[in-house]
Design a binder for this molecule. Structure first.
Ligand SMILES: [Mg+2]
Length: 237
């Protein structure tokens, strides 16, 4: 019976939003050649390839991009969610773009990805300085929490979470990373999950909890990619 290894990417295999360490990449590629490896990340395919390189991406059995709403096996698309936010949501978000007292708008405020939308008042074209100004504003005013709360109380079947530094992630309720477990239905199979955000508000929480509930499942909280490497070596040697 084969053992399956599932990894978060950001903060688990790479520094947050950063590129994988070269020594770790060499070690991890070998690990992928002798084990069944799967990745699950909130990022899209292009961003993940930028972070871990295309050869490493292709060594994984499957990569679950966009939290499992856009699934690839190498360069082949396995499936993709066609979900879109409803028109009323666009009106609510456009209303916030008008009403927010944060003064700067840089464009690209509503980014649609498979299975989700990312909303940002300052906009995704913001410079580092503009992002920092928004973070400061949001820390004081809790704007994103307010917007997420309004969306969550208005729509039962849609969930909004504060994500990253300036954004809000909006997706169908339940379509978090745990949705990938539909591909892992053989409960006799051993499955290990590694993530850096296994805490109640973290994006690895739902999948880690679901895996822990399985007889042959184990979730591993890691501090960073070095810790992942260390824990993997301990586990497999
Ligand atoms: Mg992470």
């Amino acid at each position: 019976m084969s053992t399956k290894y599932v990894f978060d990417v950001d903060g688990t295999l790479t520094p947050s939003r950063g590129i994988i360490d070269l020594d770790f990449k060499a070690w991890f590629n070998t690990f992928c050649l002798v084990n069944d490896v799967y990745l699950v990340t909130g990022s899209d395919r292009d961003k993940t390839i930028e972070q871990i390189s295309e050869p490493t991406y292709n060594l994984c059995k499957k990569v679950y991009n966009c939290s499992g709403s856009d699934v690839y096996s190498g360069s082949e698309k396995v499936r993709s969610s066609a979900w879109k936010v409803p028109p009323s949501m666009h009106r609510i978000l456009d209303g916030w773009l008008q009403a927010s007292r944060f003064p700067v708008r840089t464009g690209n405020h509503k980014e649609e990805r498979p299975g989700m939308m990312n909303f940002s008042v300052v906009g995704r074209n913001a410079t580092k300085e503009q992002r920092a100004e928004y973070v400061e504003y949001d820390t004081l005013n809790k704007e994103r929490e307010t917007i997420a709360h309004i969306i969550n109380s208005y729509y039962k079947d849609i969930t909004a979470t504060v994500g990253g530094e300036t954004g809000i992630d909006i997706h169908p309720t339940g379509s978090d990373k745990s949705q990938i477990l539909e591909d892992f239905q053989n409960y006799r199979e051993k499955i290990h999950f590694f993530g850096d955000s296994i805490f109640p508000s973290g994006n690895d929480w739902s999948i880690a909890k679901a895996i822990e509930e399985r007889t042959n499942g184990k979730s591993h909280q890691v501090k960073d990619w070095r810790d992942t490497w260390k824990q993997l070596e301990e586990l497999t040697t």
